[in-house]
Design a protein around this ligand. Structure first.
Ligand SMILES: *Cc1c(COP(=O)(O)O)cnc(C)c1O
Length: 423
């Protein structure tokens, strides 16, 4: 043997993988969806119906706007954006984001309040890492978006969960929030419009969240990646409106509203008219963290002023009305499926949470078992609720092509009838 007979297994290598990372990755949406995809029956001739993840970009009816595409081409061809970008992002793009968000705010943002990130995901990573101190904890919604839990785990930030209440339109249980918080609590996360619940909060509820945060001396992290994707009774209200009550860090991106999650352009924005975050060194920490991480590609940043400034209103109106119609199809269709309960009609984002009545099924153990068998037997992918914190629920995305959605609900119905005890 070339290595002199040395047995690799007995050699004491000086490295090993960080097991916290595999643990964290297992519980992400991606991790669970890959597991379900591996269960598909390859000999099923039918198409796979993806009701698991919120990325409608694959469907022709959800193509992004012409002006967004042109903006990228123009940026690329200008040859002005081939270099490294500054840590915080290029100034014209930060100005454009400040202007875009300020349209809905009482206090105008300055470009200095804006940090460009690699999608909303890096904005989450940044703020959580910045807040992770020796004993710090963060309050996360349950059900929620498991990327927060995964990132918190990887940076040793303690997580405490408060419930969203289905009977109250998935509003946060703010009484519980007050009892959960202590002197080491740094922030509360609010996702609005909601993933996974499809809720849109009222002005009043958001104000109560801000006031609770003020009382507790914590900041609000407002995940508004689904900004303006609201189609029910409540209009979308940005949390930044309450930035004078308590500091609000708004996270967003072009991924969902423009249906281009692959472009990886997001932002972290400070709404803090009293300068509290600056006084506590948070702004310097954000810059410091971004200094040691990757930037969004410069030519994508170069396109931001035109993407945000030139996309016509009818593009948004059309997308929102398609999603609204899909939400109705999904809600009405699933309401008729035996063994599945829809406590509230989705009014925003691209998702709805529905509850399984496990006792009605003969041979289904729990939500994971349900989703695995559904993938195997019907080639339909749905996310088990446990992934987002609610066992024996399902998160269904309706932002897919209408005929595929109808087909998916039909198969779901057939599956539930076949497995119900009565059958
Ligand atoms: C999709 C999503 C993100 C991540 O957004 P990207 O811009 O794709 O990184 C963050 N938060 C929530 C709630 C999401 O649904």
């Amino acid at each position: 043997m070339e290595n002199g007979g040395m047995n690799n297994e007995n050699k004491c290598w000086g490295f090993k993988g960080n097991s916290e990372l595999t643990k964290a990755a297992d519980v992400t949406i991606r991790g669970v969806l890959y597991m379900l995809l591996s269960k598909l029956n390859q000999s099923d001739p039918r198409n796979v119906i993806p009701l698991g993840h919120g990325d409608p970009s694959a469907f022709p009816c959800f193509r992004t706007s012409q002006s967004a595409q042109d903006a990228i081409v123009d940026s690329l061809c200008s040859a002005k954006f081939n270099g490294y970008s500054p840590t915080v992002g290029i100034l014209p793009a930060r100005m454009a984001v400040a202007e875009y968000l300020s349209q809905d705010l009482p206090n105008k943002l300055s470009p200095d309040d804006v940090f460009l990130t690699v999608g909303c995901a890096q904005a989450i990573q940044t703020i959580l890492t910045v807040l992770a101190g020796s004993k710090a904890n963060i309050l996360l919604p349950r059900p929620g978006y498991p990327y927060y839990e995964a990132v918190a785990q990887s940076c040793n930030l303690e997580v405490r969960h408060f419930d969203l209440l289905p009977e109250n339109g998935w509003e946060a249980d703010l009484e519980a929030v007050e009892t959960l918080a202590d002197e080491n609590t740094a922030a509360i996360v609010v996702i609005n419009p909601g993933n996974p619940c499809g809720n849109v909060y009222t002005y009043l509820h958001l104000q109560k969240v801000a006031e609770t945060a003020k009382k507790l001396g914590i900041l609000v992290i407002a995940d508004e990646v689904y900004d303006h994707l609201a189609f029910g009774k409540n209009p979308f209200v940005p949390m930044g409106v309450f930035g004078s009550i308590t500091p609000v860090v708004t996270l967003g991106s072009i991924s969902k509203r423009w249906i281009v999650p692959g472009w990886r352009l997001g932002w972290l924005v400070i709404n803090d008219s009293n300068g509290i975050l600056k006084g506590h060194g948070i702004i310097d920490c954000i810059t410091g963290y971004l200094n040691i991480s990757c930037d969004p590609p410069t030519f994508i940043q170069g396109a931001v002023p035109d993407i945000l400034g030139k996309t016509k209103e009818d593009f948004f109106t059309n997308i929102v009305s398609m999603i609204k119609e899909a939400a109705n199809t999904c809600y009405d269709g699933i309401s008729d499926v035996p063994g599945i309960i829809c406590p509230s009609k989705p009014e925003g984002s691209m998702f709805v949470m529905v509850k399984l009545d496990i006792s009605l099924f003969g041979d289904i153990e729990d939500d994971v078992d349900f989703c695995v068998k559904l993938a195997q037997e019907e080639s339909v992918i749905i996310l088990p609720g446990i992934t987002v914190g609610l066992k024996n629920w399902l998160r269904v995305t309706f932002a897919i092509e209408p005929s595929a959605l109808k087909e998916g609900i039909k198969r779901l119905n057939a599956f539930c009838e076949r497995h119900s005890k009565k059958a």
